[in-house]
Design a protein around this ligand. Structure first.
Ligand SMILES: NC(=O)c1ccc[n+]([C@@H]2O[C@H](COP(=O)([O-])OP(=O)(O)OC[C@H]3O[C@@H](n4cnc5c(N)ncnc54)[C@H](O)[C@@H]3O)[C@@H](O)[C@H]2O)c1
Ligand SMILES: O=C/C=C/C=C(\O)C(=O)O
Length: 484
């Protein structure tokens, strides 16, 4: 049986206890995971501090960026091992995981190597009277020892989205992957060593959240900042944990994302795009659409075509090329999603498609399967339309005017993403700019420019990461003012 160990100061360490790593496709145990206790977490934070004060802390930007590219190359070389670990933990279809999760991990490191290598020094000449001048320049220094806590939906993509800028900026890290998906982060530890990243720069602790490695890490006095991706509730808990020491946080949290479909949209492209935006990764992407507002004149046509597209999705084994959709991550999450299915029906929803636990082959019956689901007959007042489900489901709601569409879309406590579908690009720009979100797509979805600001507002997060925006979190500028 595979065992996933903690990785501290360049060595794999046993944990105080073991927990099961379950494959959501069939409910079988695929590995045993070493849970880090307080002593292992403390050793990891100390190793990170020691590394920061060692050769890594004195490394030139050019050498660090060279190492980031070496990590990306090693990710490419170990792609099959990363894919196997990610698929065993998540049950997601192999083709999609290779194309998105694994490929983006390498791209994240290359993107931030480019950003850091190109980053200059911000400077200003101050004229302060009688011909006198002062030169101001801001040098960026690493934040220090960064705690990176990742979720289970895009484990490697989201972990490396934090790791790449953190390491490229000269920090050292202690990462805590989700207890549901320990595998790819453990392979990444091997990759770091193989790429030449010095011992102690990358440390990995396994475990759970409150009362386990996650909370032990965020409350550790040796942590200089926390970057976290996960639920809004957990984000709030982490804010409390770091508040006594006033440590900075960067949060990518939940979403309740809207799509606006106008009557003049290219309906073929829109139905294809919406099918991806609602059901990608079995709806377990914080950017997924869970509210689809459709101009009334095309409401019936779009609803019927979207339902037909959802019914064409194929739930099955990750290795089957015909599989489009995997299970949800766990029995607990399956119950949460099914409870929302029940809530929708109690709220009077019409189930266009889905609404139940999915029927699968007997050898998969131990897995956590749900039907891709679409509802009509709900409103913004319903809990199912206000609360994040984080599963393969969306409510379809009609609108009559652009103003009404904008109001409905922005009527949420979240603020992560939106998509606007129209062939009138003036309207596309106008409506996208009015979305109270971090990222608004027009006639596309989940198309990512890694240098652009990415993140959410309200319950969807704090801060932006991406390109130079990541440097605002992972570095601390010191402005030097020199009287000339
Ligand atoms: N905005 C994004 O980019 C994004 C990405 C993925 C998931 N999410 C959100 O995350 C949720 C689903 O993912 P999840 O169930 O893994 O989220 P989660 O918040 O339960 O867990 C995320 C991570 O935080 C850890 N954790 C939990 N409690 C903690 C605590 N008190 N202290 C420290 N660490 C703790 C977990 O062990 C895990 O590693 C959904 O709400 C989804 O929208 C957001
Ligand atoms: O589930 C959340 C997905 C987040 C995606 C990113 O952070 C990204 O594409 O960089």
């Amino acid at each position: 049986m595979t065992e996933y160990r903690n990785f501290v100061g360049g060595r794999f360490l046993d944990g105080a206890s073991l927990f099961d790593d379950v494959n959501p496709v069939d409910g079988t145990v695929v590995a045993r995971v070493h849970e880090a206790d307080a002593s292992v977490v403390d050793r990891a934070v100390r190793a990170a501090r020691t590394a920061l004060d060692g050769p890594w802390g004195r490394m030139t930007v050019a050498d660090r960026c060279r190492l980031m590219r070496a990590v990306a190359d090693e990710i490419d070389r170990r792609a099959d091992d990363l894919l196997a670990a990610e698929v065993a933990d998540t049950g997601k279809p192999e083709a999609g995981a290779r194309e998105l999760d694994i490929a983006r991990a390498a791209a994240n490191f290359r993107s931030f190597a480019d950003v850091v290598a190109a980053e200059g020094v911000e400077s200003f000449l101050l004229d302060y009277g009688q011909g006198r001048q002062a030169l101001n320049y801001a040098v960026r220094k690493p934040l220090g020892v960064v705690a990176a806590i990742a979720p289970w939906n895009l484990p490697l993509l989201l972990l490396t989205w934090k790791l790449a800028p953190a390491l490229a900026s000269g920090n050292t890290v202690v990462v805590k992957p989700s207890e549901e998906t320990p595998g790819s982060a453990t392979v990444l530890a091997e990759i770091m060593t193989a790429a030449g990243v010095p011992d102690g720069v990358f440390n990995l602790v396994h475990g759970f959240g409150a009362g386990s490695a996650g909370e032990l890490l965020t409350t550790h006095p040796g942590i200089d900042g926390v970057t976290f991706t996960g639920s809004s509730a957990t984000g709030a808990g982490i804010m409390k944990a770091v508040a006594p020491r006033v440590r900075p946080v960067s949060f990518e949290l939940g979403g309740k994302n809207a799509a606006l479909v106008f009557a003049d949209a290219d309906l073929d492209a829109t139905v294809e795009g919406l099918t991806r935006s609602v059901f990608a990764n079995t709806g377990q992407v914080c950017l997924c659409t869970e509210r689809v507002y459709i101009e009334r004149s095309v409401f019936d046509e779009v609803s019927e075509r979207l339902a037909a597209s959802a019914r064409s999705l194929r739930l099955g084994r990750p290795c089957d090329p015909a599989t489009t959709t995997g299970p949800v991550i766990s029995a607990v999450h399956q119950r949460k999603v099914l409870d929302y299915f029940d809530l929708a029906e109690r709220a009077g929803a019409t189930v266009l498609t889905g609404g139940q636990a999915a029927k699968v082959d007997s050898d998969l019956a131990g897995g956590f399967w749900v039907e891709p689901t679409l509802w009509t007959g709900l409103t913004n007042a319903d809990r199912v339309v206000r609360e994040e489900i984080f599963g393969p489901a969306a409510a379809l709601i009609p609108f009559d005017t652009e103003e009404e569409a904008v109001r409905l879309a922005n009527d949420t406590d979240y603020g992560l993403a939106a998509s606007v579908w129209t062939t009138d690009l003036s309207r596309g720009h106008r409506v996208a700019q009015r979305m109270a979100v971090g990222i608004a797509w027009v006639n596309t979805w989940f198309l990512r420019e890694l240098r652009s600001p990415f993140g959410g507002r309200g319950l969807s997060g704090i801060g932006r990461e991406g390109g130079r925006h990541s440097l605002d979190f992972y570095t601390e500028p010191t402005n030097v003012c020199v009287a000339i």
